[in-house]
Ligand binder design. Structure first.
Ligand code: GRF
Length: 617
């Protein structure tokens, strides 16, 4: 399929500078080196006669205006709407509110009035104001760096768009200044490029996980438009829904809408090859291709991958009929642990295709039920797996085809009832990071190195998510399963941990992934705990009650919690229950658990059920 050619109106950038102008020059040269002369036009506004930046403008052939600061407002007001972005590059003045207002143009600038960005040579909020590098040096800071932020009324404050740290060890003042400037000259043009060429993103999926992903992306300064495929009624207001008949149809419509990146939430479309369809159509995808989605879609494929790569996992046998089942059961009856094996459907079963028996007769009975079609085609083939003991954690990693970057471990509460009783569900809550020992942390890091090496060795040519379901045994971590997407509900908790104050932005990370430029340092995690509690509907997971009206959702705000919707639909103007897992309540930071539960009590619907022990010590 042909990708339509895009026609650009050149972007127009006004750089305000009054000093040396090295950033000004670096910005102009960066875009020229990319061959963007026709795509991005620059002008310079300066308030200081004789400033070196004016000479640089002359040499570079950039139109420059040198006027008194008092006349800036009139200058800018006369050109209102002409510039796509205003860039401060060594402009040592505080801009009055009326100038900030002019620049906004209805462009998203993260609670700042202005579509004006600034670069500061420190890790804001540290060392605001003048002589930041020297002051960091004199204070003996072990780390300083560079921050790019939207401009607000107060000096060096405002939404942080990008931030790059620098270790100061062994650097004298002038070497430190040089290093800082080197960082400035790359981070500033790169950020400007991302703000000028924002992305259209399509989020696929209609659960609380996709609501969380869409919500976080919707507040990214790098987003142009958000599109949604199959959203539920609880979050469709976040973007424009694209209706479609099949993946090819969705691709065609996405091309028309100029979607740049597709983010796939659930596993089914990945296993069906949605990523392959979009990649072929020229749209980047966050989500595994069909080949690699088999790590989740076929447990036996995953086992073979682990065996080939010396990744520790439970011993297993396959069964597909009565005879092979008997053989497998006999194998475990003679094994050293003598414990009955865990029964797993080979294919996708909505996270529910696992049974942990208490004895061999239970194992046999359930294995037969699986083979007799309990999960349809997904359990035509089953695995009987050695039972392992230990704490379970979910590790969600991002993979760009070269580098694996992981979130801290999260704990998922799979069982319906308190104390891990009752049937398996899609997840009743999550806490992140999980509480683990230092030894376990180190072992997990070793495991992740092995996984990364395996993906490199096998040339895993996709860009997406790998979720390792690990069990932390006395013998080190072993893999229980792979999923090829963010876990739900782990995702809702983990996204809370992205350290926005250090410039971490999920869409930015996705963009880097699609460019194969993911770095370990891109995923900075805030030092706090996040909780996600799922409110479900009575009868879940087998036969949830539907139709009840959901009331008092505002309680979440009162307690500083977020709500992400799953099984909901609008009916006669109200949000009602339409599925088993209704919504997730999420919060991170201080007093989190208490407020999550207060919100859970306050939100009302008939048949509301939830576990009371999520994150309980
Ligand atoms: C830079 O250090 C920048 O961070 C700060 O002012 C300085 C400008 O340097 N806002 P130059 O004029 O671009 O050389």
């Amino acid at each position: 399929m042909m990708v339509q050619k895009q026609h650009f109106k050149p972007k127009s950038v006004l750089i305000m500078a009054s000093g040396n102008g090295s950033n000004f020059e670096a910005i102009v040269k960066y875009f020229r080196a990319k061959g963007f002369q026709d795509k991005v036009k620059f002008e310079l506004l300066c308030d200081k006669k004789g400033a070196p930046v004016l000479d640089r403008a002359k040499t570079l052939g950039i139109p420059a205006f040198c006027i008194e600061f008092e006349k800036f407002y009139d200058f800018l007001a006369a050109r209102k709407g002409e510039y796509d972005l205003y860039v401060l590059a060594g402009f040592m003045r505080v801009l009055p509110e009326k100038i900030l207002e002019i620049s906004s143009n209805g462009v998203f600038c993260a609670n700042s009035l202005a579509n004006i960005i600034n670069i500061h040579p420190s890790l804001l909020p540290e060392f605001k104001g003048k002589n930041a590098i020297a002051r960091a040096f004199e204070a003996g800071a072990k780390e300083t760096g560079v921050t790019v932020h939207f401009v607000q009324k107060e000096v060096d404050l405002g939404y942080i768009i990008a931030r790059q740290p620098l270790k100061t060890e062994g650097l004298g003042l002038s070497a430190l200044e040089n290093e800082i400037h080197k960082i400035e000259h790359s981070i500033y043009p790169e950020t400007i490029e991302k703000l000028l060429f924002k992305k259209n993103v399509l989020v696929f999926g209609g659960g609380a996980r996709e609501h969380a992903i869409a919500s976080v992306i919707s507040s990214s300064p790098f987003l142009k438009r958000l599109y949604l495929a199959n959203p539920n009624d609880g979050f469709k207001n976040l973007g424009e829904t694209i209706n479609f008949s099949d993946y090819l149809d969705l691709l065609q419509k996405s091309i028309e809408k100029r979607v740049d990146i597709l983010v796939v939430g659930p596993e089914n479309p990945l296993c069906e090859g949605i990523a392959d369809v979009f990649e072929k159509g020229g749209i980047k995808v966050i989500g595994a291709n069909k080949d690699w989605a088999r790590l989740e879609g076929s447990k036996s494929f995953a086992k073979k991958f682990m065996q080939r790569n010396d990744i520790k996992t439970a011993d297993y046998k396959l069964a597909f009929d009565e005879k092979s089942l008997e053989c497998a059961l006999e194998y475990f009856a003679n094994s050293k642990t003598l414990a009955p094996p865990v029964i797993k459907a080979d294919g996708l079963a909505l996270g529910k295709g696992v049974f942990v028996p208490n004895d061999f007769s239970e194992a046999k009975k359930n294995a037969k039920e699986f083979l007799d079609g309990k999960f349809g085609a997904a359990s035509e083939k089953i695995l009987l797996e050695e039972r392992l003991f230990g704490k379970e954690v979910s590790i969600i990693s991002l993979w760009d085809g070269k580098t694996l970057v992981s979130f801290p471990p999260a704990s998922d509460y799979k069982k319906l009832l308190e104390d891990d009783k009752g049937p398996n569900t899609g997840g009743m809550g999550a806490v992140a990071p999980s509480e683990i020992t230092l030894k376990q942390k180190n072992e997990i890091e070793e495991y992740l190195k092995t996984l990364e090496a395996a993906l490199v060795r096998e040339k895993a040519d996709f860009c997406g998510v790998i979720y390792s379901g690990l069990i932390l045994t006395d013998d080190g971590p072993k893999v229980l399963e792979y999923n090829m997407r963010f876990g739900d509900p782990e995702c809702q908790a983990l996204l809370e941990l992205l350290d926005v104050s250090r410039g971490v932005d999920l869409l930015d990370i996705f963009i880097k992934m699609t460019e194969k430029k993911l770095k370990k340092s891109d995923l900075k995690i805030a030092d706090k705990k996040a909780y996600c509690l799922v409110l479900a509907s009575d009868g879940y997971p087998s036969n949830p009650k539907k139709g009840a009206e959901i009331k008092n959702l505002d309680a979440a705000k009162e307690y500083g919690c977020k709500t992400y919707f799953a099984g909901v639909k609008t009916s006669q103007g109200s949000l009602t229950v339409s599925g088993g897992r209704v919504l997730s309540i999420v919060k991170s930071g201080e007093d989190t658990r208490e407020f999550v539960y207060k919100t859970a009590e306050s939100i009302k619907f008939d048949g509301k059920i939830y576990r009371k022990d999520i994150g309980k010590k």
